[in-house]
Design a protein around this ligand. Structure first.
Ligand code: ADP
Length: 484
């Protein structure tokens, strides 16, 4: 298993004398040591990406696409191996990890397809002796900062469109989950990536952003993570006017109208809320149910939630893995305690879980999937992302009230609602303030669609042709044409 940094086409362990230990969140067993590089390691990665840029940007798009497709093919070939590595460092159940590898590969193939059809424009000119063309060119060296909750998909979602557009990249994975990123980088080399086109460094997060933004060769930074860090990056970006994509926190509402298919809504909620133990930025954090169906919908939900088995991600039948850290556990417990203090009723869960371990000593980092009734705006969970397997519900009486509740957050990433009324489906989709709307659909993530938020959830879109807009500049060429 490779554990070094990929810089300039080689796996290296730049000397800093320090390393980062990667642990399994399910049992706290150490998995590997990766380098904790200093400023010079990051600078070497910027040098390598910068040196590779002229050659890569001049490579025909069709050849760049070919390499991305080969890379995706290798990921699919090795999906089982990559998934088990991901489950070990991240905690999610194996089936989800394998799903994420396929999802990650689809970002590479989707970007490849758009690279081949990245069209410019010939614009009708107002003058007889002038022609107007607009072409798209890669922005240059890009940096990616990725989170621990989707360690392969979030990286692929950035490097796919960046490389497809002709940019080169250096990336820093989250310190909790660098092994999935390193495994991907290894396959990139096998797929035939020229040296320096993609570089991966493991280091202190703050040092990475400070070094990257201080180097005027880096023209674009794409970040997925928390809103406070997003704010910080925006400040740093102002010096060299670096382009940014920020996919930040969410606080998704999930609305069940009185005309909804209640079983489908319950399944949609389970799929969107409890995936990755509730640790996704598009997880619902607020459930609103029409008063006339509230008790029945809650009862169906409770029955389904109680069946979700908790345990290590590699154990049979497990649906909810461990939380990533003790801090994550503390936040979940704080939210539940605060909700109870505000009068919430616990319909199921509401405590730590002690899963069966078959002799293995597990970490105390498992939380029972939890359904709370009596959500109030003053509760911490109504304002902050819980990032755990907990959902609180409140009832509403009218469509206007539901829209008001859904829009009561400064975040605006995902939103969901269930209705069988066609006109209502359209009205609400238009009224809801979010980058992503799931109508009768709890599984909105797909590489072909534009993923991103509004408000405090950030800006920029990842997926589909929109992703390549983020990594290209439009150049306008005005050509004088003499009459013959
Ligand atoms: P999370 O709560 O999901 O860990 P963070 O925003 O803290 O969200 O982390 C997401 C990514 O941002 C990780 O790769 C992390 O290392 C990185 N990160 C955290 N702080 C900084 C920082 N000051 N500058 C750059 N990256 C950072």
């Amino acid at each position: 298993m490779q554990t070094g940094n990929l810089i300039g086409g080689e796996f290296v362990k730049p000397a800093s004398g320090k390393s980062i230990t990667v642990f399994n969140p399910a049992d706290d067993q150490p998995l590997a040591e990766v380098p904790d590089v200093g400023e010079d390691g990051i600078a070497r990665a910027i040098d390598a990406a910068s040196k590779a840029f002229p050659g890569w940007s001049a490579t025909p798009a069709i050849e760049r696409a070919e390499i991305l497709r080969r890379w995706a093919g290798l990921m699919l070939r090795d999906a089982e191996r990559l998934a088990s590595r991901m489950t070990a460092e991240q905690g999610k159940r194996l089936a989800e990890a394998e799903g994420e590898i396929r999802y990650a590969a689809s970002f590479l193939t989707d970007a490849a397809a758009h690279a081949e059809t990245l069209l410019g424009h010939q614009v009708p000119s107002p003058k007889r002796d002038m022609r107007i063309t607009a072409i798209r060119q890669p922005v240059g060296v890009c940096a990616a900062i990725t989170p621990w909750n989707f360690p392969s998909a979030m990286l692929a979602r950035k490097l796919g469109p960046a490389l497809a557009s002709g940019c080169t990249m250096l990336a820093k994975p989250a310190h909790q989950t660098p092994l999935s990123a390193i495994a991907m980088a290894e396959l990139g080399v096998v797929a035939g990536l020229p040296d320096g086109v993609f570089n991966l460094v493991t280091c202190d997060a703050k040092l990475f952003s400070e070094t990257v933004f201080a180097d005027s060769r880096v023209r674009k930074v794409s970040f997925t993570g928390s809103t406070p860090v997003g704010r910080l990056l925006m400040k740093l970006a102002s010096e060299n006017l670096v382009r940014l994509s920020l996919e930040l926190g969410g606080h998704a509402p999930f609305v069940i109208f009185e005309d909804a298919d209640l079983d489908a809504a319950a399944d949609g909620l389970i799929a969107s809320k409890f995936r990755n133990a509730g640790q996704t930025c598009i997880c619902p954090n607020r459930l609103y149910i029409h008063a006339s169906v509230y008790d029945e919908a809650m009862d169906r939900l409770r029955q389904k939630i109680e069946k979700l088995k908790v345990g290590p991600g590699d154990a049979e039948g497990v649906k909810i893995g461990p939380l990533i850290s003790d801090d994550a556990m503390e936040k979940v417990e704080r939210h539940v305690a605060d909700a109870k203090q505000h009068g919430a009723e616990v319909l199921c869960g509401g405590e730590r879980a002690k899963p069966q371990a078959n002799g293995r000593t597990l970490a105390d980092r498992f939380y029972t999937p939890t359904l709370l009734s009596g959500l109030k705006p003053a509760m911490a969970m109504a304002k902050e992302e819980t990032f755990g397997p907990v959902i609180g519900a409140a009832s509403f009486d009218t469509e206007a009230e539901a829209i008001g509740l859904a829009n009561s957050s400064p975040y605006g990433l995902a939103s969901y609602y269930y209705t069988r009324d066609h006109s209502r489906a359209i009205r609400v989709a238009e009224a809801i303030r979010a980058g992503i709307v799931g109508v009768n659909n709890g599984g909105v993530s797909t590489a072909q669609a534009p993923f991103g938020g509004v408000g405090l959830s950030g800006f920029g879109r990842e997926g589909g042709p929109w992703a390549l807009d983020e990594y290209t500049d439009v150049k306008y060429i005005s050509t004088g044409v003499a009459e013959g």
